[in-house]
Design a protein around this ligand. Structure first.
Ligand code: NAD
Ligand SMILES: CC(C)=CCC/C(C)=C/C=C/C(C)=C/C=C/C(C)=C/C=C/C=C(C)/C=C/C=C(C)/C=C/C=C(\C)CCC=C(C)C
Length: 614
């Protein structure tokens, strides 16, 4: 696949980032520039060199933190390896980390930074040239595109659920954000149009005006969402697999914990049906859930639905100035400033197991890295299907794969358009399902659209807007085609989607296009390293809410998972929470936090048993 036609490809060269490499240390290539920067911590640099670091961390702090590591330069890591690419015991010691994180998606970065601020030495291995995974970015012709969604939850400055803000703050970063007045504008069958206003009362009165006979049901359903959200928001969020924390929370906030425990095995659709009877309103709630979980309300955990349906009004949706990619860039930079490392173009090919314990990671150029714990931010399908031997699939993972399937991937179109094609006051995010509710979950049935330049004009050249259009699509649709047929199919499918948007929302859209790039599920698989390009896990049948979702520990000693195939699932804020939980459990296992081995065993057994009930 050539880079230009592949959609999600080259980002801004790393050399354009505002990092300062060492003046007398010549990086061999772009990734080493960052890598060298990361290795400032090695301690063998002059004051002047260290001064070149644009870090907020003081020089003494850097030296203190890193006195254990006496690497001369970035290249020393390579030299510590013998010619076969495997390390000797002595070398292994010099390359030894507390944790290795495979992948720098938001899940991986949050886990890594949370551990690093506790004093752990973390190495992040990222196969691509920049951090962020599905929350990355790329630049073309003056446009800065978000790779994935531009809808940011958890990015406000209040409450306990602003996990993105908190993750950044932990490494001393604070980003400027632009409040979005409307989370999403739904354009639905039978001319139903609903704007989800930032102001809760405005949203409720708009919805109740459309369904006056259901006013009470609407208030009751969303009221329960608030009850759950308020319980969540009142707690300090950490690992549910860590008994000292979990029992402590039950002691401090018994009512809130019981509320959460009560709703943990429930789905939004069942609760909606208790209060709402109008089939069209129930279909609207399906659409609300679909954008959260890519499945309908009957399959969407109530806790997840509540989190999204309330945070959008509580903290609001806030867009980071400069694009979503800035979040991952800031976290990666923060990680390095904490004295940990991130290595790009490091494609993990296997997790090294010794005596049943995960002890290291091998990357595609043959190098091996060792650590006390290994955290995989690859999907569980990739972790247990590729990084570990498929045939050794643990029982727990078999159960996960029986309960959850890979959600389809996306066809995504990144476009630059002339600004005047958008009517005044166009909202930033849209969801379009034209004629038939039955098409909600059908591939290409519904269309997601983000126009981040409505909020941040700096992402496009003057007089232009960005349109990021995406729709569900499966990898099977794109396999077995010749190059020519593949390219032709991409153009054809994209044209149909653009036609639909032209008809429904923006007359003249086609002739306003100044830039267009189409990505398919194959593009997602290639650039995001996600099995089948999947968007994340999706329940195979009606789930028992979140009960069946695995947390971060795995049945392999020393191996943890983080990201959207862990509790609580898909979504940037969801994977940020998974990162927080993972870091807490790992920190306890590494001795950075209190731990009780007896309670640990009991709780992990109990949670494992509860999952079998799902
Ligand atoms: N598609 C969208 O619209 C979109 C957009 C933004 C965010 N999201 C959300 O982000 C969530 C995913 O976040 P996440 O943190 O779980 O994962 P992610 O897929 O975003 O990131 C995983 C990272 O791991 C890297 N990686 C994978 N295998 C690797 C290997 N073998 N060696 C080295 N690196 C490897 C990838 O390159 C990627 O950077 C999704 O659930 C989704 O909700 C989705
Ligand atoms: C442990 C046991 C058994 C009992 C203890 C009880 C207890 C204390 C439970 C506690 C539970 C907790 C703490 C749960 C926490 C859950 C959280 C924080 C869930 C968060 C979920 C967030 C989600 C699902 C966010 C999803 C966001 C998404 C997917 C947004 C998507 C947007 C798009 C895809 C784009 C839409 C785009 C357009 C253009 C419309």
């Amino acid at each position: 696949m050539n880079i230009l036609s592949s959609g999600l490809s080259f980002p801004q060269p790393i050399s354009n980032w505002k990092t300062k490499p060492l003046s007398n240390q010549k990086p061999r290539n772009q990734y080493q520039r960052i890598y060298c920067f990361a290795h400032l911590k090695s301690g063998n640099f002059s004051d002047q060199q260290i001064h070149g670091l644009e870090s907020g961390v003081s020089r003494t702090k850097h030296r203190k933190r890193n006195h254990l590591f006496k690497l001369k330069s970035a290249v020393d890591i390579d030299r510590g390896l013998d010619t076969e690419g495997s390390s000797t015991a002595g070398d292994r010691k010099s390359c030894y980390h507390d944790a290795i994180v495979i992948g720098s998606g938001i899940g991986g970065l949050v886990a890594a930074t949370q551990l690093a601020v506790q004093g752990a030495k973390v190495l992040v291995l990222e196969r691509y040239v920049i951090p962020g995974g599905s929350s990355g970015f790329y630049q073309r012709d003056g446009f800065t595109f978000d790779v994935g969604s531009s809808v940011m939850f958890g990015f406000s400055d209040k409450g306990n659920l602003n996990l993105i803000t908190q993750a950044l703050a932990a490494v001393g970063c604070r980003m400027q954000v632009i409040p979005d007045p409307t989370t999403v504008h739904f354009h639905l069958p039978n001319g139903l149009s609903v704007q989800v206003h930032r102001e809760y009362s405005e949203f409720i009165s708009e919805l109740a005006d459309k369904f006056p006979h259901e006013r009470e049901g609407i208030l009751k359903f969303y009221g329960i969402c608030w009850k759950i959200f308020n319980a969540l928001n009142s707690m300090e969020l950490k690992s549910l697999e860590e008994p000292i924390y979990l029992f402590g929370q039950f002691f401090k906030k018994p009512l809130e914990c019981l509320t959460l425990a009560f709703y943990l095995p429930q789905n939004a659709g069942d609760i909606a049906r208790k209060y709402i009877k109008d089939p069209e309103l129930l279909s609207f709630i399906d659409a609300e859930c679909f954008i959260v979980s890519t499945v309908n309300a009957m399959q969407t955990p109530m806790i997840n639905a509540s989190m999204v349906f309330c945070d959008r009004h509580f903290g609001g949706i806030n867009y980071p100035v400069g694009g979503v990619g800035e979040i991952a860039k800031s976290l990666a930079k923060g990680l390095v400033h904490q004295g940990s490392e991130i290595l790009y173009k490091a494609n993990a090919t296997s997790i090294i197991i010794e005596d049943g314990k995960a002890v290291g990671v091998k990357i595609s150029d043959g190098r091996q890295f060792y650590a006390k714990t290994i955290i995989s931010n690859a999907t569980r399908w990739d972790t247990f299907g590729k990084l570990l031997k498929k045939e050794d699939l643990p029982e727990e993972e078999k159960r996960f794969q029986e309960a959850y399937v890979k959600a389809p991937s996306f066809l995504s179109i990144h476009m630059g358009v002339k600004a005047d094609v958008l009517p005044p006051y166009t909202d930033c995010h849209h969801f379009v399902l034209e004629d038939d509710w039955k098409n909600l979950e059908v591939p290409y049935g519904s269309i997601f659209l983000s126009i981040p330049t409505v909020l941040d004009k700096s992402l496009a050249p003057e007089g232009n807007h960005i349109l990021h259009i995406f729709t569900t699509s499966s990898i099977e649709d794109w396999e077995g085609l010749s190059r020519k047929d593949y390219v032709a199919k991409k153009e054809l499918v994209a044209e149909k989607i653009i036609d639909r948007l032209e008809k429904k929302l923006f007359p003249g859209l086609k002739s306003s296009i100044v830039f267009k790039e189409v990505g398919t599920p194959k593009t997602h698989r290639r650039y995001l390293a996600r099995d089948s390009g999947t968007y994340g896990p999706m329940p195979r049948r009606t789930p028992k809410g979140l009960l069946g979702m695995p947390f971060n520990t795995t049945s392999i000693n020393g191996l943890y998972c983080v990201g959207d195939s862990c509790f609580p699932g898909q979504g940037v804020i969801a994977v940020a929470f998974s990162g927080v939980m993972c870091a807490h459990r790992v920190a306890a296992d590494l001795g950075f936090e209190k731990k009780s081995p007896v309670l640990d065993t009991a709780l992990l057994k109990l949670l494992g048993w509860l999952r079998t009930l799902a």
